[in-house]
Design a protein around this ligand. Structure first.
Ligand code: FE2
Length: 258
């Protein structure tokens, strides 16, 4: 097992200004030091950022970033991918600098999701300040989770389990041709969920985990006060036992705050 955890998510958005307010005043993230090129980034732990946003005509996923321990582990994962016939591109030093990482490689997964494997986040050593949230749960469990829609359930599950070595924690088949699989390389119950038979965008939602249930309740209050649509109110999932609610981002993605 070379991949440690979900490291970052990079998105494009037509509404950077809306995201600035939503990320800091509603979700409670810390604005991260930028890379000087107009991108925005959000911190919720020691990493230089966990979410990076670039201006784009459409809301889309630029990359789902998985962290490995060092450059040798990156080589191992690249070799696993190439053995499986996946075309992998090594990131340049210039592009690594823009990602605030020491090195990375990129590829497209079977569902068409852009994926990056990186090592060595470049820390800025500024203390984390999140006055609206007492803390976020990351560490060995990483960022949180992402959920993506996939056209071929078995192909995508097989790829993440057999090529990248993720643990398949459980699946859900509610009928109507829908299936979901919950996987992770880390102790987090799922860092990645794959959903098939459910029309929608590639990225269904991402999840962040706050330290306390009070943080979750206050975050939902901030959504309601700010007029941010709460798509699903507070409830507990039966598989990961996460108590969470779901709200809409300014550009129509969904965030699960648990
Ligand atoms: Fe979720």
């Amino acid at each position: 097992m070379s991949i440690l955890s979900l490291g970052y998510l990079r998105l494009t958005t037509p509404d950077l200004d809306g995201w600035d307010r939503f990320a800091t005043e509603v979700l409670g993230f810390m604005p991260a030091a930028g890379t000087g090129d107009g991108r925005r980034a959000c911190r919720w732990d020691d990493h230089p950022y966990r979410l990076q946003l670039s201006a784009g005509e459409a809301a889309d996923v630029s990359a789902i970033g998985w962290e490995v321990g060092d450059d040798r582990d990156l080589d191992t994962v690249v070799a696993q991918l190439e053995t499986a016939g996946v075309r992998v591109t090594r990131g340049s030093d210039h592009d690594a600098a823009h990602r605030l990482v020491s090195g990375f490689a990129s590829f497209v997964d079977p569902a068409g999701a852009p994926v990056e494997i990186f090592h060595g986040p470049i820390l800025d050593h500024q203390p984390l300040v999140t006055p609206l949230v007492s803390g976020f749960v990351t560490g060995a469990m990483g960022f949180g989770h992402v959920v993506i829609g996939v056209p071929d359930f078995d192909e995508s599950v097989g790829f993440y389990r057999d090529v990248l070595g993720f643990h398949l924690r459980d699946t859900w088949h509610p009928g109507g041709g829908m299936s979901m699989a919950f996987l992770s390389p880390s102790p987090r119950h799922h860092s990645l969920a794959l959903g098939a038979g459910m029309p929608g965008p590639l990225l269904r939602h991402f999840m962040v985990e706050a330290a306390t249930i009070d943080d979750v309740g206050y975050a939902q209050d901030r959504c309601l006060d700010a007029g941010v649509p709460v798509v699903m109110g507070l409830g507990r999932h039966t598989n990961d036992r996460m108590i969470s609610f779901y709200c809409r981002t300014p550009d129509d993605f969904m965030v699960e705050f648990g």
